[in-house]
Design a protein around this ligand. Sequence first.
Ligand code: XUL
Ligand code: MN
Length: 364
Amino acid sequence: MSELTPYRFSFGPWNISEGADPFGPEVRSPYSLIEKLDWYAPLGFEGVQFHDDDVVENLDQLRPAQIAERTKQVGQALADRSLVAEFVAPRLWFHPQTIDGGFTSNSAADRQYALDRVLRTIDIAREVNTQNIVLWLAREGTYIREAKNARLAYERILNTINAMLEYDKEVHIWIEPKPNEPMDHAYVPTIGHAIALAYQSVDPERVGDLIETAHAILAGLDPSDEMAFALAHDKLCSVHLNDQNGLKYDQDKAFGSSNLRSAFNQVRVLEENGYGRRGEFVGLDVKVMRTQKQSGSTAHLSNSRATFLHLVEKVRTWDKELERQLVEARDYEALDAQVLRHLMGVSHASSQTPPLTTALQGEG
Ligand code: XUL
Ligand code: MN
């Protein structure tokens, strides 16, 4: 590919947070949505990821006209700052009627609430000028297998996706899979599940996916392979880059913070497949450390963005011809060593560094 991809970046207002966790309260004071929007451009971000109630707080308590008015104000605030809404996602995990899940709740009344809510999310999305709806299916799962009928649950998720596609013929749905948390078992845990749902829907062209690094790791999978799978199906509509230190709670660490090589490979797959050339955002879903002081509330965002761009440089300066030769020679030990040297920025000539390869020296 000749032209270099002009990457553009997005994050959600929830990524600037106050540090509460299940064991302690907030440690920083909150900023308003408008204060957060003011930071986007200076931090190098153009896209805003929204939950429906990031746009309209307390939307369950408001009349349609009030929702429309608030949505218009946010749309104007975006326009004033040359920002765009990347997507809106229904927050289907706070309301009492989502305790047992939304689309897959065993209660018909709860399922109706969830459907009504996602249709309102679509209205909000259209009003802030995006066609894109992200479905992170937070509570669509179970704590114990016997509590729900899993086959019926998949049918219910599919029926809701179809109802959304019918409700608005221009809406696009991006499924964001995650294997667990808050539930023990989630029904759409991987990109394979999400893509199968897309193909089964009434309009597969309008159903795609968003892959989050940490979610793939929590599923025991390699994020770059998950991305490659989605790209092979032309279904990678967005990403949530972050990092995750093993199989723990969902950490949303800064991109590259735990596993720089994995981050390199995610950037490599995106860059080599032309991700971003059709305007797709490089989305982040990162959380600042609880220990961070008020003044450092956005450090994880600028650091993650910078790491992404440094890794783009690493991908662009990677010696593809050497890679080709080492692959042809089946000398993956040398290939492995060369990747590490490239990431560490050390040259072959360093006194600590043994010769790169046996195969290329004519042995074996
Ligand atoms: C949860 C998560 C969400 C989605 C949007 O793990 O990633 O913030 O990205 O609903
Ligand atoms: Mn996410």
